[in-house]
Design a protein around this ligand. Structure first.
Ligand code: ZN
Length: 278
């Protein structure tokens, strides 16, 4: 069987050319201290994010998506509440939305880091499942015949169903990716639910593969659908989800910096306002 750890990178990543994401960056939380925005950048691969739109006022970061708001791409996944995760899930239920976003990714005192990673990863998977579902009418085979993020292109391989990297349209790639992650999270050998069952030695490596791949959804949506995000008034919500994701990545060192290159400016700006050192 395949675990996240055994699967290969699945990447066919081309080096980027340093292009920027001015539209999303305009909505960053650190407008006065962040790096200067690029005015424009070379565009290829259907990127519509480069624009000159003025930031909207009073963007609500919890604003719901206006398209397919409640439609996840795959059925929602939950950890059983009567499992080894019961206490952490109950604690998450009590503290959700309280405190800073970075505080919400920190390991709670006394908690197992492996279990915390499991709880948070299912949560983040749920956010991306919802987000991808919301873009399904916009991100289509026609609009996005390749899974790209600016000049980066990703090809899918998972070592089993796709032993060799293959080019896919962005919607198919994202669906395949989410299905693969869902399979990992549903595999009790990878994510044990019974108390006392040890996590496999490859657990952390598997988690890193999951996060590396999930990042690509943000990379594609931000590069190729930034304009639509603004028009749908969900850009603040997307960025909120991305901040949650990247704080998790940084707190637990889950993705190599080089993999984050397609959104490196956004990462830098999110981290500048994270309060991580607090
Ligand atoms: Zn797309």
């Amino acid at each position: 069987m395949t675990s996240a750890a055994e699967a290969d990178s699945g990447a066919g990543v081309n080096p980027g050319n340093g292009r920027t994401l001015p539209t999303l960056l305009q909505y960053a939380d650190v407008p006065s201290t962040g790096p200067k925005l690029g005015a424009s950048a070379p565009v290829d691969c259907h990127c519509s994010l480069v624009g000159t739109l003025e930031p909207r006022q009073s963007a609500d970061p919890r604003q719901s998506l206006t398209t397919g708001a409640d439609a996840t791409l795959l059925p929602p996944r939950k950890l059983p509440t009567n499992s080894r995760y019961a206490a952490l899930l109950a604690m998450r239920g009590r503290t959700l939305g309280s405190g800073g976003l970075y505080d919400q990714v920190r390991l709670p005192p006394g908690a197992s880091e492996d279990e915390w990673l499991a709880v948070k990863t299912v949560e983040i998977f749920g956010e991306l499942n919802l987000l991808t579902g919301a873009f399904r009418d916009i991100c289509t085979q026609e609009s996005c015949p390749k899974m790209c993020a600016g000049t980066f292109e990703y090809r899918w391989a998972d070592g089993v169903k796709y032993p060799k990297a293959v080019r896919m349209s962005a919607p198919l790639y994202m669906e395949t990716l989410l299905s693969w992650v869902d399979e990992q999270l549903g595999d009790e050998k990878f994510l044990p639910v019974e108390p006392g069952i040890p996590f496999v030695a490859s657990y952390r490596k598997g988690m890193r593969t999951i996060y590396k791949r999930l990042f690509r959804i943000f990379a594609h949506l931000c590069h190729s659908h930034g304009q639509e995000m603004v028009e749908m008034e969900c850009d603040a919500h997307v960025k909120h989800c991305f901040r949650h994701f990247i704080y998790m990545v940084k707190e637990f060192n889950l993705v190599e910096d080089s993999e984050l290159d397609p959104l490196k400016e956004l990462v830098t700006m999110c981290m500048a306002s994270s309060g991580a050192a607090a």
